[in-house]
Design a binder for this molecule. Sequence first.
Ligand SMILES: Nc1nc2c(c(=O)[nH]1)N[C@H]1C(S)=C(S)[C@@H](COP(=O)(O)O)O[C@H]1N2
Ligand SMILES: [Mo]
Length: 204
Amino acid sequence: MMGFFDRNRDELAAKGFDESRLPPGQYLTDRFPVLHVGDVPTYKPGEWSLTIDGLVDEPFTLSLDELRALPATEIKTDIHCVTKWSKFDMVWAGVRVRDLFERAKISNNATHVMGHAEYGYTANVPLADLMRDDSLVVYQYEGEDIEPIHGGPVRLLVPQLYFWKSPKWLRRLELCDADAPGFWEQNGYHMYGDPFLEQRFSED
Ligand SMILES: Nc1nc2c(c(=O)[nH]1)N[C@H]1C(S)=C(S)[C@@H](COP(=O)(O)O)O[C@H]1N2
Ligand SMILES: [Mo]
């Protein structure tokens, strides 16, 4: 008997999608689920800021207006959540992480980055992944300000990794010279989290 996942995968072709876009163990959804631990922060105007620090020569902090004034990039990308939903062709806009790191003059010995969000949520990502064209600090989804429940005003977007690596309500990117587990990684999730290799849990 064919289960939900098989049927969902079979429907991809009918919808005109290449089946290879859906990583193993995932299903495609049109919904945009909301997933996080804890409360959704609310910011008064001017309250939110983003700091780039750690192993950098020139740490700095940006206000939302300053971030929005930087050259913007729009990408259309597929997103994969470790809870098995995938969503295709999501359109996001923001600033390339690489550009922020260039401005901060990151040290040669920096190898990893810890993304810090409001209320202490963290996610570790190798520096190389954040230097990619499609790694962004985003403030728009589908042409609108990102809703608070989806991480507004600003979240990290690392589309090639499971979505837990994209902290909502991002406040700080800390350059480090070693990998260290973030929030979910301390709770048994994979240190890297490649959806196409199904790196869900630490032993995968
Ligand atoms: N600050 C923060 N960011 C977070 C999380 C969280 O709990 N707190 N959850 C992560 C997880 S597990 C997922 S799947 C995505 C969900 O994003 P969404 O609610 O916009 O779909 O956010 C990620 N970023
Ligand atoms: Mo998740």
